[in-house]
Design a binder for this molecule. Structure first.
Ligand code: IPE
Ligand code: IPE
Ligand code: MG
Length: 268
């Protein structure tokens, strides 16, 4: 089944024709990387790249939602990003607040549920209050989930999970043999959301940078050479086409998703 009804940029029709609408990943995670290099290449301060990165995110939310993806989880600020110069950290904190205040009504109108994943405690009260009120406003929205990872680190998340489980064990609520994958999943910040089928990282870097360490265990990884501010509908379509060409084996020998392979296997 091909894409017919959704509005797509004319120049991307050829790419969209290669997408099987029935096999759109439900959950896509994105490491939005390359804002600084985008600006530096143009002789501009890094902050221009972060501003432009917001426009790219707005487009990708729209495109992924139109395609039928259900959850988008984006990495906006890592626990390691505090090591950047204060000026850049302050700029990013102000940008989060400014963008959210400006966009939250449209996000709500689009029936998008927004969630912030990470330790929000070190952020200024004004930002925390905007983050919390945005989550509260969109809590019951059903069309799409947008998880924004801020002050997020996969290792820190797992440490927190271990602490919660240790507390439950110490209080006698659980026994050590009760610790299993389900229990760990239920303590993750992403609890209730299935793992991403696809991870996209832009700017050509081939690392995870402490993102969703547990959740990405079996995600397909797509590295785009394009810097995040230039990542648009066509680049997103390329990621989906590449994902749909993969044979997801999960340790087995045959992909259930690859129907043609399945047919040839069954008929031989
Ligand atoms: C990603 O772009 C945005 C954040 C990490 C906040 P970068 O700021 O990492 O851009 P580069 O990688 O330095 O080009
Ligand atoms: C990862 O990008 C974090 C975000 C995109 C928010 P970084 O630019 O911080 O990662 P490294 O330093 O290249 O690993
Ligand atoms: Mg970077």
């Amino acid at each position: 089944m091909r894409l017919k009804k959704i509005s797509i940029n004319k120049k991307n029709i050829n790419l969209s024709n290669q997408i099987d609408i029935k096999r759109i990943p439900d959950h896509i995670a994105i490491i939005m990387d390359g804002n600084g290099r985008w600006a530096t290449k143009k002789g501009l301060p890094r902050s221009f790249g972060h501003n432009q990165g917001v426009s790219a995110l707005k487009e990708i939310i729209k495109v992924s939602k139109n395609l039928g993806c259900k959850v988008l989880t984006v990495y906006a600020f890592s626990t390691e990003n505090w090591s950047r110069p204060n000026k850049e950290v302050d700029f990013l904190i102000n940008l989060f607040e400014k963008v959210l205040k400006k966009e939250i009504n449209e996000i709500h109108q689009e029936s998008i549920k927004i969630k912030f994943i990470g330790d929000l405690s070190p952020f200024p009260e004004t930002l925390k209050s905007v983050l919390n009120s945005s989550e509260a406003l969109t809590r019951n929205n059903k069309n799409f989930i947008l998880n924004v990872c801020v002050n997020y680190g996969g290792r820190q998340e797992l440490v927190k999970v271990a602490q919660e489980i240790a507390k439950k064990s110490f209080s006698g609520e659980i026994k050590p043999c009760d610790v299993n994958e389900e229990l760990i999943k239920s303590e993750l910040l992403t609890q209730g959301v299935q793992d991403p089928e696809l991870l996209i990282r832009t700017s050509g870097e081939k690392r995870i940078s402490n993102f969703l360490l547990w959740q990405l265990a079996y995600s397909e990884i797509y590295i785009s050479e394009v810097l995040w501010p230039d990542f648009d509908e066509s680049e997103f379509f390329k990621a989906i086409i590449d994902y749909q060409s993969r044979n997801r084996r999960f340790g087995g020998i045959e992909s259930l998703a690859n129907e043609s392979l399945k047919d040839s296997y069954c008929s031989s």
